[in-house]
Ligand binder design. Structure first.
Ligand code: FDP
Length: 407
């Protein structure tokens, strides 16, 4: 097997120069090496591993090294991924042990409110901190924006802390613990991240409150549409801890093997089924949804939609868990616009865009109903966006309904 992997890697490394020998093309190697949905500006290559071993297979670290070898413009991404990976392992542990270590409930006994007026859980604050620390020490981050931070935070490390050549190449946006309102009940939660290129000229010193106009412009550097994402992904803290990511050439899923402390490739090149029988919404809001959304779901309930399938409902109320199931089983997940919340609930920059990138890379669609989520440039860091994402055929049915309604 080792020999086969080396041979395959060599073929892929040589890229266009040497075609992959047909004898090496097994079922998995015939899957597309390039993105079909929303191809990035420069087509990226992804390593191809012919077999996936459960315990000694391809680790995330190894995978990212291969990605960087094949795509020299991403050479600094592995160290950043390694920071995120470490943070995910730490957060997974914190979440798992929270009932025993007293990390449950609201921060400061209640009363700690984030910029969006939501009460913060103890774990919201702690996981935010874990991520910031893990990323700061990679030396690759210029600016961070997070659900738990009011404004983007500059994380230029002091020269003492830098362990690698410091280039401040990327901007990371993340939701440290998505679905945290569920966490004390042991329901799945997750960390979502998105990575953009950073303007290397932009260096910000001092606290966000005292920034010059130029520094503020630097900080709003984070306000980019999803089409500018270099990478995105999530960690899901559930029965297993999963790390699912894309760098623009397919979606790859890794599972934490706790016996060796490594994320191991278990879900290569995830493709979402084109049509499905599952919808995933907070249905209590259905009476307030836009008519096209409401009517489509009402048809699905009774098997009168385009596919004729009678749909089932699956809603955890935790975006990472709901999207993960949707990617693997197919279906439609969403938090649509309603009469009370015109922009739905989910945040564009660190929930909507990174998850849409994954969804499109897996062959699905993600839209507000009238617009591709990936193409929306945020006006502010915590902006919300209505979302309906998932299996192509079913999401397209929603888009057609909006179109037919002249919206
Ligand atoms: P949470 O508030 O628990 O952090 O955007 C956050 C989110 O969870 C998503 O993970 C989830 O999909 C959604 O909100 C759930 O909202 P509802 O409780 O309104 O259904």
């Amino acid at each position: 097997m080792k020999l086969l992997i080396s041979a395959l890697l060599l073929s892929v490394c040589q890229g266009f120069l040497a075609p992959v020998p047909s004898t090496f093309l097994s079922r998995k190697t015939t899957s597309p090496l390039f993105a079909t949905a929303s191809p990035p500006a420069t087509a990226r290559k992804t390593p191809v591993f012919d077999e996936v071993c459960e315990t000694t297979g391809v680790t995330l670290t190894r995978f990212m090294i291969e990605v960087a070898m094949l795509n020299p413009e991403l050479s600094e991404l592995p160290s950043l991924f390694s920071g995120i990976e470490t943070a995910c392992k730490a957060i997974s542990n914190m979440v798992k042990r929270s009932q025993l270590t007293g990390l449950t409930g609201y921060a400061e006994g209640g009363g700690s409110i984030n910029v969006q007026g939501e009460e913060q859980k103890t774990l919201d604050i702690m996981t935010n901190d874990v991520l910031k620390r893990a990323l700061r020490f990679t030396g690759k981050l210029g600016v961070l924006a997070s659900e738990e931070e009011d404004t983007p935070v500059d994380v230029e490390p002091s020269s003492k802390e830098v362990m690698f050549d410091e280039t401040s190449k990327y901007v990371a946006v993340f939701d440290p613990l998505d679905g945290s309102s569920n966490v004390d009940a042991g329901i799945p939660t997750g960390t979502i991240f998105g990575i953009f290129d950073h303007d290397e000229e932009c260096v910000v010193e001092g606290e966000p409150e005292g920034l010059s106009e130029a520094e503020m412009v630097c900080l709003t550097n984070t306000l980019k549409p999803g089409t500018d994402l270099v990478a995105s992904g999530y960690c899901l803290y559930s029965s297993s801890c999963f790390f699912v990511m894309t760098v623009g050439c397919g979606v790859y899923g890794f599972t934490l093997d706790e016996s060796i402390g490594e994320f191991v490739l278990t879900h290569p090149n995830i493709k979402i089924p084109e049509t499905s029988k599952i919808y995933s919404f907070n249905e209590a809001n259905l009476p307030q949804w836009d008519a096209p959304m409401r009517e489509t779901v009402e048809k699905w309930r009774v098997g009168e939609g385009k596919s004729g399938n009678r749909f089932s409902s699956r809603y955890i109320g935790s975006m990472v868990g709901d999207v993960h199931r949707t990617l693997l089983y197919g279906g439609v997940f969403g938090y649509p616009s309603d009469t009370k919340n015109k922009n739905g609930k989910l945040r564009l920059l660190y929930e909507g865009a990174p998850m849409s990138y994954l969804m499109e890379q897996a062959g699905g669609l993600s839209s507000t109903g009238t617009k591709r989520v990936m193409e929306i440039t945020p006006d502010e860091v915590h902006q919300r966006v209505p979302i309906v994402m998932g299996s192509k055929g079913d999401v397209q049915e929603v888009l057609d309904a909006y179109k037919a309604a002249g919206m």
